[in-house]
Design a protein around this ligand. Structure first.
Ligand SMILES: Cc1cc2nc3c(=O)[nH]c(=O)nc-3n(C[C@H](O)[C@H](O)[C@H](O)COP(=O)(O)OP(=O)(O)OC[C@H]3O[C@@H](n4cnc5c(N)ncnc54)[C@H](O)[C@@H]3O)c2cc1C
Length: 494
């Protein structure tokens, strides 16, 4: 598989001291496959609990999505809360959300300036709606705050637009306890903490096969063999050969992002909000970094492409959402593949005795992978079984190549549908504003002419009945009324 084209591969983290390839045989308690967010959190937590741990990474720490994310940390999952309740019931949904919040709290505790210099944590995340859906927002706010105990505030359209200088968005949900960090600093900070706790991290060491039968499991790499009591598969969509059937339960979705050149004071004039902003349809996700640059994630594909190809797409996207910013210069582009499951929930649990999986974290992988890492480490070392709450979300085949095409089409449709709904909502809003102006003008003209305007019935009042022309006699035995016709269509008898 070709190297993803990311800016981070040439970043300062290249000096990070995890470079060695495993070239000798090793015996450990736990072997973790993959040094992304999930694998490194398992390693850190298991090492802290006293286990001997080896992490085997085919490329380098944070090579894929984990080293190329936007650093927004929120509670919850990719699966919408209503769907989760429907699937597992309110009690388990509440427990699952509490666990996802623990994942966010875990990162808050780990990502301090002292522990990870330069982590640049800032508070507050705003989720905005592309459509005028105030009632839906109120019901969601109630579920989040009353049923799930999440601190949230509902923002009216004016407040959203005051903070984000655009008419594209309507209402918002503000999460004051959600936050953002420098995502690249976090993954490398996590690796450094895991090493300090005693975990050994080997890069350039792909796992080519595993034999999970027996008490001591075998792991094969090109230049060494390991034996371990537990294997944790945290390879996400690139896992491949060690358990191809597991990789095939994930739909890989490549997500691309860009960082602009410094935009100076004009960025402040347009965007006052300092935290992350994500729209509720999962199309755009952005925030200000370094004071006056915009970091923006938006386009997605179900095949791998050069992030640089999307620079102009993101540039146009920014201009369409924030016309006052115009065409902003792009300094950098990056991207990575996230693993999307059929049910929208992560894969966390034990596949057979001593064989664990932590993957499928989708677009919301920071809090969920932190939660998974801690759950698995504690299950292995303390015998906890909270991971069983994820049992209803089985490993479902994602459809292979056909699934990718279908996934892409569904994604395109969903995004197109959301964009169209947003455009319609803005059109309706414009039409309502024009109608208000027209009525005001009419009232003024009537006032000047001294006439009283006709009074409108209040909304919902019964319409006045117009006198009907006398009905003609029905033709005998012949023609069919439209209502009868449509009845037949509904019956399927035509
Ligand atoms: C542009 C973008 C922005 C994002 N923004 C956010 C955000 O703001 N907030 C958020 O919560 N989430 C965000 N995400 C999602 C998040 O990054 C992912 O969900 C998360 O990083 C997944 O972590 P992981 O450890 O499961 O997988 P990965 O990061 O894919 O790590 C898996 C690792 O395993 C290695 N591996 C695979 N197979 C093998 C093998 N056989 N042998 C050895 N090593 C192997 C790979 O090389 C890789 O390094 C974003 C994602 C992208 C792409």
């Amino acid at each position: 598989m070709p190297e993803p084209f990311t800016s981070a591969t040439n970043g300062p983290e290249d000096d990070a001291p995890f470079r060695s390839r495993l070239s000798f045989d090793l015996d450990v308690d736990i072997c973790v496959v993959g040094a992304g967010l999930a694998g490194l959190t398992v390693a850190l937590e298991a090492a802290r609990l006293g286990a001997s741990v080896a992490v085997l990474e085919g490329r380098h720490v944070g090579w894929n999505a984990s080293g190329h994310q936007l650093g927004t940390v929120m509670p919850g999952y990719s699966l919408p809360i209503g769907d989760l309740i429907e699937r597992v019931g309110i009690e388990d949904a509440r427990e699952l959300w509490a666990m996802s919040k623990e994942g966010a709290d875990y990162i808050r505790a780990a990502a301090t300036e002292e522990a990870m210099p330069g982590i640049a944590r800032t508070e507050g995340v705003l989720e905005v709606s592309n459509v005028d859906a105030g009632e839906r927002l109120i019901s969601r706010l109630q579920t989040l705050s009353e049923d799930f105990g999440i601190e949230v505030e509902g923002w009216q359209v004016d407040r959203v637009r005051d903070q984000l200088g655009t008419a594209r968005y309507f209402h918002g949900i503000y999460y004051p306890r959600a936050f953002q960090i420098d995502g690249r600093k976090y993954i490398h900070g996590l690796a450094a903490q895991a090493r300090r706790a005693g975990a050994r991290i080997f890069e350039d060491t792909p796992v080519v096969s595993i034999d999970p039968s027996g008490i001591r499991k075998r792991i094969v790499t090109p230049s060494a063999r390991l034996r371990a009591s537990h294997i944790v598969l945290a390879g996400n969509v690139h896992l491949g050969a060690p358990l191809r059937r597991l990789s095939e339960t994930l739909l890989p979705v490549w997500r691309y992002a860009a960082v602009t050149e410094p935009l100076g004071g004009r960025l402040d004039e347009v965007i006052a909000f300092k935290g992350s902003v994500a729209d509720s349809d999962g199309i755009d996700h952005f925030r200000i970094i370094d004071g006056d640059r915009l970091m923006w994630a938006s386009p997605e594909t179900t095949w791998e492409a050069r992030p640089r190809r999307f620079a102009s797409v993101i540039q146009r996207r920014i201009a369409s959402i924030f016309p006052r910013l115009g065409k902003v210069p792009i300094a950098d582009t990056f991207g990575g593949a996230v693993g999307v499951t059929v049910h929208g929930m992560p894969q966390i649990g034990q596949l057979r005795k001593g064989l664990w999986v932590a993957s499928g974290f989708g677009r919301q992988g920071l809090n969920t992978s932190a939660m998974a890492g801690r759950l698995i480490a504690r299950s292995i070392l303390w015998g906890e079984d909270r991971w069983k709450l994820f049992a209803p979300f089985e490993l479902v085949w994602a459809g292979g190549a056909t699934g990718r095409v279908a996934g892409h089409l569904i994604g395109l449709w969903g995004r197109g549908h959301s964009a169209a709904a947003g455009a319609l909502a803005r059109y309706r809003e414009g039409a309502r504003a024009r109608e208000r102006i027209r009525e005001a003008r009419l009232a003024e003209a009537n006032r000047q002419a001294g006439t009283r305007p006709p009074r409108r019935p209040p909304p919902g009042a019964p319409r006045p009945v117009r006198p009907q022309p006398p009905r003609q006699a029905e033709p005998q035995g012949g023609g069919m009324h439209a209502s009868q016709e449509s009845e037949k269509i509904r019956d399927g008898s035509m």
